[in-house]
Design a protein around this ligand. Structure first.
Ligand SMILES: Cc1ncc(COP(=O)(O)O)c(C=O)c1O
Length: 382
């Protein structure tokens, strides 16, 4: 257990809640979930499914109707041919990280991953006894990975490369050229897999989402991870999936049998409605996020000691706070305790996150303004 990490967001949330219990007013910019309600048609589909008897065990890899719907959705959006047998439905997308590494990565092998990045990758890499090989993301490169770095650091022991675009925590988005360059690095390596975390694929502010799985020869090497949490404001429902070659899908299904038996039956039927029903609510959420992005980026840039790039996707900003001369952990604690604003230190996402904070703008403009005023006030006392 000592090798297993955690997600700081949940720890900061607990601290913030404890302060609220003492009567303090906290603005929550720490947790990564849409503040919108799940669209009504999706909720109604779940209720209908409950009444229709979707209250029992279902197949471990997912209800056939949902696997077919996902296969059709991924085929259409990624321009590849996905068979329902290549889809495994899981309680949230997160288990796909855990299961794919358990299934593929042996102790002593190496896994490359973006840093700063979602902390669970590094946690699971360590847990399976593999060596984490961070790919530093640089602000001056708009937080996109440098394919040359990937090429230079691949070894005979590399088993997996984890990429995430749009990225948590930086909002960086990989271009088709970036993805092509990564694919080229492993063109001669059938033993290397790519775990492509695409949970923010629909939350993008400019251009369109590109998937490495769409590139020639890459579908078989890719585990595409996606889900419903972010796109449809369904974080608490726990519904996600992985798309991967059939043989691996069978192994991941075996891990599902050993851990969960299956994903909640009526939630899966709500997932069918989410993908097949009207998409206007999710498009509206994105345009709302876009407005908030403007507010938070310009507000942060007006505070002395902070500079902030405009994220291209997801709903996070990753401002540079080196101008304050403070370490990010100290600064985030100061903001929580003195200003009542809960944010995360950049190092919650790995060592290359020092010098940054992560703020989620999945909160109302009013709350974002309140947070900005408080941060600005607190900075005057630094
Ligand atoms: C990059 C990334 N991948 C995956 C997840 C997990 O999503 P889910 O709720 O579907 O498990 C998150 C959640 O914050 C995330 O930021």
């Amino acid at each position: 257990m000592e090798t297993l990490g955690t997600e700081t967001a949940f720890e900061v949330l607990a601290k913030a809640k404890a302060l609220e219990k003492q009567g303090k007013d906290i603005v929550h910019l720490e947790i990564g979930e849409p503040d919108f309600d799940t669209p009504k048609n999706i909720k109604e589909a779940a209720v209908k499914a409950l009444h229709a008897g979707y209250t029992h065990y279902v197949p471990a890899a997912g209800i056939p109707e949902l696997r077919e719907t996902i296969a059709e959705y991924i085929s259409r959006t990624r321009n590849i041919d996905v068979d329902p047998d290549e889809v495994v439905v899981t309680p949230g997308a997160k288990p796909i990280m855990f299961f794919s590494m358990l299934a593929l990565v042996n102790p002593g092998e190496e896994v490359m991953y973006q840093n700063p990045g979602f902390p669970i990758y590094e946690s699971v890499i360590n847990f399976v006894g593999a060596k984490p090989v961070p790919i530093p993301l640089k602000e001056e490169n708009d937080f996109r990975l440098d394919p040359n770095y990937v090429e230079e650091n691949i070894t005979d022991k590399t088993k997996m490369i984890v990429i995430n675009s749009p990225e948590n925590p930086t909002g960086g988005v990989l271009t088709k050229e970036d993805l092509k360059a990564v694919a080229d690095c492993i063109a001669n390596r059938d033993d290397v897999f790519v775990l492509s975390d695409e949970v923010y694929s629909r939350i993008i502010y400019k251009g369109k989402h590109e998937s490495i799985a769409s590139l020639p020869g890459m579908k078989e090497k890719t585990i595409l991870l996606d889900g419903f949490s972010k796109t449809y404001a369904m974080t608490g429902w726990r519904l996600g999936y992985g798309v991967m070659q059939k043989e691996l899908a069978q192994k991941v299904t075996q891990l599902m049998i050993n851990s969960n038996s299956c994903t909640c039956a009526f939630v899966q039927m709500a997932g069918v409605e989410a993908l097949k029903g009207p998409q206007d609510m999710s498009a509206r959420m994105v345009s709302e996020f876009q407005k908030r992005r403007e507010v938070i980026v310009s507000g942060l840039n007006n505070i002395r000691g902070i500079t902030c790039r405009k994220p291209l996707g997801a709903f996070y900003v990753f401002p540079n706070i080196t101008g304050t001369g403070m370490k990010c952990r100290k600064l985030s604690e100061y903001l929580l305790n003195s200003a009542g604003v809960a944010v995360l230190p950049g190092t919650a996402f790995g060592q290359y996150g020092e010098g940054y904070l992560r703020l989620s703008f999945a909160n109302s403009v009013q709350n974002i303004q309140k947070a900005l005023n408080r941060i600005s006030g607190a900075f005057k006392n630094l």
